[in-house]
Design a protein around this ligand. Sequence first.
Ligand SMILES: *Cc1c(COP(=O)(O)O)cnc(C)c1O
Length: 369
Amino acid sequence: MRPTNSPTRIFNFSSGPAVLPLSVLEEAQRDLLALPGVGMSVVEISHRSPTFVDILEEAAAGVRELMDIGPGYAVLFLQGGASLQFSMVPMNLLTAGRTADYVDTGTWARRGIEEARRVGAVHVAASTADDGYARVPSQAELRLTAGSAYTHITSNNTIEGTQWSGIPEVGDSPLVVDASSDILSRPLDFTRFGLIYAGAQKNLGPAGVTLVIVREDLLERAPDNLPRMLDYRTHTRANSLYNTPNTFGIYVLGLTVKWLRGLGGLDAVAEANRRKAGMLYAEIDRTGFYRGTAETGSRSLMNVTFRAGGRGDAALEKAFVSEAAAAGLSGLEGHRSVGGLRAGLYNAFPEAGVDALIDFMREFERRRG
Ligand SMILES: *Cc1c(COP(=O)(O)O)cnc(C)c1O
């Protein structure tokens, strides 16, 4: 069984770095030796050249349009991944004497908490650790601190396969969101966020560029002795060109954003994502041979986590992963920390790949069930 999306490309279910739109890769490949009208590669030109500044500004404008965010927000392209944001967020926003609220919904959320604790006072407003992170908390479970510096959530828990279906209510506290694995996958009221960050390598482009969107009035909190590279103000003032940014990453991210706009924006993207994930969850629920690991109301549309052999049979799952790979379905193993199976269904993942996985699952169940 060979996937039909291209003669040589297989279906890539990796949860990160992850699949990119074929048309984006084709455009990047076509123009790699010489950008049209420039005669040089995007990886050879100055980051301060008008050509590159246009590429960067167009990428930022595309993000603004997709998210419908106004001039009070800065759109930044930084480095260091989401992991550096675990530190930069508290270093800039967690002022002395205040407390930041964090919601603990999994491995990445915990990493954020650990880094914030190195900077200042952290209160865990809710945790689903006792439920094995199989769900995100309800609004009623949040124990928010009055006057907190900000409230941090992880909108999609990449490893555990859970996702907030809506934005929690946090009062006047600025909401800070690690959206690394569901950025630009659905429309939300982005005016309710204080800061959103995402490593690009799941839904936006190659590894090495981090998208940060921040409400500018929050930036004045940063202490004056903050190292310049770690101060958001350095990057807002310099339009993400304080030092040499990841030029190629920003270029590909810009192409991806253009592709998303061409699909019809985030409503259309969300519709496709709901359909893809819905098909796969329906198959998981069909007979009991497979079992979803996330509670139904918290299921992620981006990372579908499941077990095979009822409650999970590691040897059977190992066979599933290798036989699927042989059939052109790559990257279906769960994160090494939790095991099981996981299908990354990011924006660029084609629906034909979900069809192919479902066919494979049925065939595997017939043989091994
Ligand atoms: C992948 C991921 C991270 C880590 O991202 P890096 O860019 O590797 O630092 C953080 N948070 C979430 C939700 C992720 O999915």
